[in-house]
Design a protein around this ligand. Structure first.
Ligand SMILES: Cc1cc2nc3c(=O)[nH]c(=O)nc-3n(C[C@H](O)[C@H](O)[C@H](O)COP(=O)(O)O)c2cc1C
Length: 227
C-alpha cells in the first residue's frame, strides 16, 4: 500500500499548549533522588487535582515472547519501593503474555498537570494471600455475594507487581526541551541492572544532556555530574 500521500484524516494542527518554557522541569524540582519518592509526590498531586478523575489509571503494555505488543488500561492498586501493583484475571490475554514474557511497561498520563510517568520493569505475581485479601476487600466494597448471602469465591484472579528498572518523569513544555528526567537502576559499577537485587542505586538523566549518579546512602541532594 502506498503511504506517501496525505492521510485520510489529518490532525497535524491539533495541539494543546503545554507549560511555558520558563517553567522548565529541572532537577531542583525533584523531591527525591530515587523514583519512588518522586512518583509519590506527583501521584499525590494528581490525586489532589479534581480534573483528574482516575489518577491511578495506567496503560499496561505487555508483549508475547516473540515481541508482539499489546496495551490496555488497568488501575494501580498500590506502590512502594518493591514496585507497582495491579490486579487482573489470570486467564486474560495480558496474563498469558506475562506468563511467557514477564516484562511490562506502565504509562500514566495526567493531562491536567501536563505530566506523564513511564515505568519499565520485570513482573511477578503477588502471593495468593495478598490477592485473596484484595479480592475480599473489593467484594466488601461492592457488597458482592450470592443472593443467599454466601460470598463469591475468588475466580482465577490476582495481583502482579512491576519492579522497575527505569522510571521516567515527563512534564510538557511548549518548546519540548529538557522535559524529561529518567531514573535507571544501576549496579555498583554504574552498569544497567535490570534484574538487580534489592540494591537501590539509581542513575538519573535529564533530557539528553547531563547524567547524574545517585547511590543509596548518598546525601540526598549532592549529585555528581558523570558526563
Ligand atoms: C480506566 C480503566 C481501568 C481498568 N482497570 C482494570 C484493572 O484494574 N484490571 C483489569 O483486569 N482490567 C481493567 N480494565 C479493563 C482492561 O483495560 C482490559 O480491557 C481487560 O483487562 C482485558 O485486557 P486483556 O485482554 O489485554 O488481558 C480497565 C479499563 C479501563 C479503561
Amino acid at each position: 500500500m502506498d503511504h506517501s500521500g496525505p492521510p485520510e484524516v489529518n490532525v497535524e494542527q491539533m495541539r494543546h499548549p503545554y507549560k511555558d518554557k520558563r517553567q522548565a522541569f529541572t532537577e531542583d524540582q525533584l523531591v527525591a533522588r530515587e523514583p519512588f519518592g518522586q512518583f509519590r509526590d506527583w501521584f499525590n498531586q494528581a490525586c489532589a487535582t479534581p480534573a483528574i478523575l482516575e489518577p491511578n489509571a495506567m496503560c499496561l503494555s505487555t508483549a508475547t515472547a516473540d515481541g508482539r505488543p499489546s496495551a490496555r488500561f488497568v488501575l494501580l492498586k498500590g506502590f512502594g519501593h518493591d514496585g507497582f501493583r495491579f490486579f487482573t484475571n489470570y486467564e486474560s490475554r495480558k496474563a498469558a503474555e506475562l506468563d511467557s514474557n514477564p516484562r511490562a511497561a506502565l504509562t500514566f498520563y495526567w493531562e491536567a498537570l501536563n505530566r506523564s510517568v513511564r515505568v519499565e520493569g520485570s513482573v511477578s505475581r503477588l502471593p495468593e494471600d495478598v490477592s485473596e485479601q484484595c479480592w475480599s476487600s473489593a467484594r466488601r466494597s461492592w457488597r458482592g455475594g450470592h443472593a443467599d448471602g454466601s460470598p463469591v469465591p475468588r475466580p482465577n484472579w490476582g495481583g502482579y507487581i512491576v519492579r522497575p528498572h527505569t522510571v521516567e518523569f515527563w512534564q510538557g513544555q511548549s518548546n519540548r526541551v529538557h522535559d524529561r528526567i529518567r531514573f535507571r537502576r544501576v549496579d555498583e559499577n554504574g552498569e544497567s541492572a535490570e534484574n538487580g537485587e534489592s540494591e537501590e542505586n539509581w542513575e538519573q538523566q535529564r533530557g539528553r544532556l547531563r547524567l547524574y549518579r545517585h547511590r543509596s546512602g548518598d546525601p540526598g541532594h549532592q549529585l555528581t555530574p558523570r558526563l
